[in-house]
Design a binder for this molecule. Structure first.
Ligand code: GLU
Length: 299
């Protein structure tokens, strides 16, 4: 039946928003007889916090969230990303980009360029222009697309349509970019269900497009997406560490038990809170709350 996954970045302790998403990934996978994979997304070394991977594993375990497989860390799979990049490069689908953020903001845009999309400045540079620019700044690599849009079906949000743009696939420090790594990892580990927070919903159409380019239409179309609502604070902003006791660790310090936190999370999903098994028995994706959950930490 394939696999689902939970893919945290080891950039600190998981807060109740992350844990609620993990719980939903667990429920979605288990109720559809999929395996569940845990994958540490540690390519962004500037954000990686030493020891956080182990702490995240312990926190997930404390809530009873079990995984069938733990994927190798992304930082250990650079060769696999290089192979995928070579495939794209051989097909003429990659080009070097020397733009800074500022260049992109200031660039003239054709009227049909969707907001936020790359304006195409480096798409058609001559070999000579590229050689000159390489001396000034290392290049990132972008996917050459023909524009247009793609739509994926989301189990909770319905159709999600967004522009297919010339997304960065290698950052200018040589690291494979998130959008590439996630597509390669999901496909090669047999993932056909992507459950994650809905701030990533608009990335799905471009990730699906990339998956189709690399692995074919069937691989692109087999993925079920479920983008789940964020957890917000009382002011309506996305929950963050500065909101107080929002991680499992800090809630335990504040006198909560792991069981109480699990209760809270399951209750917030409208599910029976006595155990994960009873929640699984009652799980119905169509009945999940579609609004963000407001979490007020104990003071
Ligand atoms: N690693 C990403 C995060 O922690 C999630 C990526 C994904 O689920 O596709 O936000």
């Amino acid at each position: 039946m394939g696999a689902g996954r939970y893919a945290p970045s080891p950039s600190g302790d998981l807060h109740v928003g992350n844990l609620r998403t993990a719980m939903l990934a667990w429920l979605f996978a288990r109720c559809s007889d999929r395996e569940l994979i845990l994958r540490m997304e540690d390519l962004d070394t500037a954000r990686t916090v030493a020891g956080s991977e182990q702490r995240q594993l312990e926190d997930l375990q404390a809530l009873g969230l079990t995984f069938d497989r733990v994927s190798p860390r992304q930082s250990e799979r650079l060769e696999v990303y290089t192979q995928a990049l070579d495939t794209l490069r051989q097909r003429g689908l990659l080009y070097e980009c020397f733009c800074t953020r500022r260049d992109i903001l200031d660039a003239p845009r054709a009227p049909h360029t969707p907001p936020g999309a790359y304006p195409g400045t480096c798409r058609n540079l001559s070999e000579q222009e590229r050689a000159t620019r390489r001396r000034a700044r290392p290049a990132a690599w972008r996917l050459r697309t023909d524009g247009g849009q793609n739509t994926v079906q989301d189990r909770l949000l319905g159709p999600i349509t967004s522009a297919i743009d010339d997304v960065v696939v290698v950052r200018n420090d040589g690291t494979p970019a998130y959008n590439l790594a996630v597509v390669v990892d999901d496909h090669l580990s047999g993932v056909n269900q992507v459950v994650r927070a809905d701030d990533l919903a608009s990335s799905s159409p471009r990730q699906a497009h990339l998956r189709g380019l690399l692995y074919g239409d069937a691989a692109r179309d087999e993925v079920e997406y479920a983008h789940v609502p964020l957890v917000i604070n009382a002011q309506g902003a996305r929950l963050a560490k500065r909101d107080g006791a929002v991680t499992l660790r800090s809630l335990l310090d504040a006198g909560y038990s792991a069981e109480r936190v699990r209760h809270l999370l399951l209750g917030s999903l409208g599910l029976p809170a006595d155990s994960l098994e009873s929640a699984l028995g009652a799980f119905d994706a169509d009945a999940l709350p579609s609004e963000p959950w407001v979490f007020t930490p104990p003071s």
